[in-house]
Write a protein that binds this ligand. Structure first.
Ligand code: GNR
Ligand code: NI
Length: 168
């Protein structure tokens, strides 16, 4: 197991569209284990491949470990099958943009299809914090960050902090 270094905005790798994982092998299983160790250390609730410089469609979440009930989950080649009409607005942080909480509105529930670490197809309706974290991570696989989802006022307020990150 290993704790992986996390890329920070404005690293261009965070803007790439990640490629499919394809066949599941021991390398991807090791990567998943390392990514989970990384979120417990960070500490965070999720992590996507591009955040650790792996431009593949893998993410891990554990939306509840901070509340004392760990539920580690690994998603390979995830696809969004359905999203609820009902939206949930909440504050999100991103390990790649530390210190910049953003209010994000997203579908409250989503159905995902993905491949598990045994290479088996899975599909499930996600709710609550898992649904929100999974969408945040799915965005990372498509090069989208929470700063892209800010409203005009939030964007204006965050502009100096983002400019400082771009200079760093
Ligand atoms: O640690 C994280 N917390 C979080 C809070 C609300 C919604 C999404 C997240 S994911 C984030 C870790 C991260 O940057 N994942 O990409
Ligand atoms: Ni993030």
């Amino acid at each position: 197991m290993a704790v992986l270094p996390i890329l920070r905005f404005p690293d261009p790798r965070l803007r790439r569209v990640a490629l499919p994982v394809g066949a599941v092998d021991d390398r991807i299983r090791q990567l998943a284990a390392d990514m989970l160790e990384t979120i417990y250390t960070a500490p965070g609730r999720g992590l996507a491949g591009p955040q650790v410089g792996v431009l593949r469609r893998i993410f891990v979440i554990d939306a509840t470990w901070k509340e004392g009930t760990p539920t580690p989950r690994v998603f390979l080649d995830p696809e969004l099958i359905d999203a609820s009409e009902t939206l949930h607005a909440g504050t999100e942080g991103c390990l790649s943009i530390p210190g910049l909480p953003v209010t994000v509105s997203r579908p409250a529930e989503v159905t995902l299809r993905w491949t598990d670490l045994d290479g088996a197809p899975r599909s499930e309706r996600l709710t609550g914090a898992e649904a929100i974290c999974a969408q945040h991570e799915l965005d990372h696989l498509n090069g989208r960050l929470i700063i892209d989802l800010m409203d005009a006022d939030a964007r204006a307020a965050a502009a100096p902090a983002l400019a400082a990150m771009e200079r760093a």
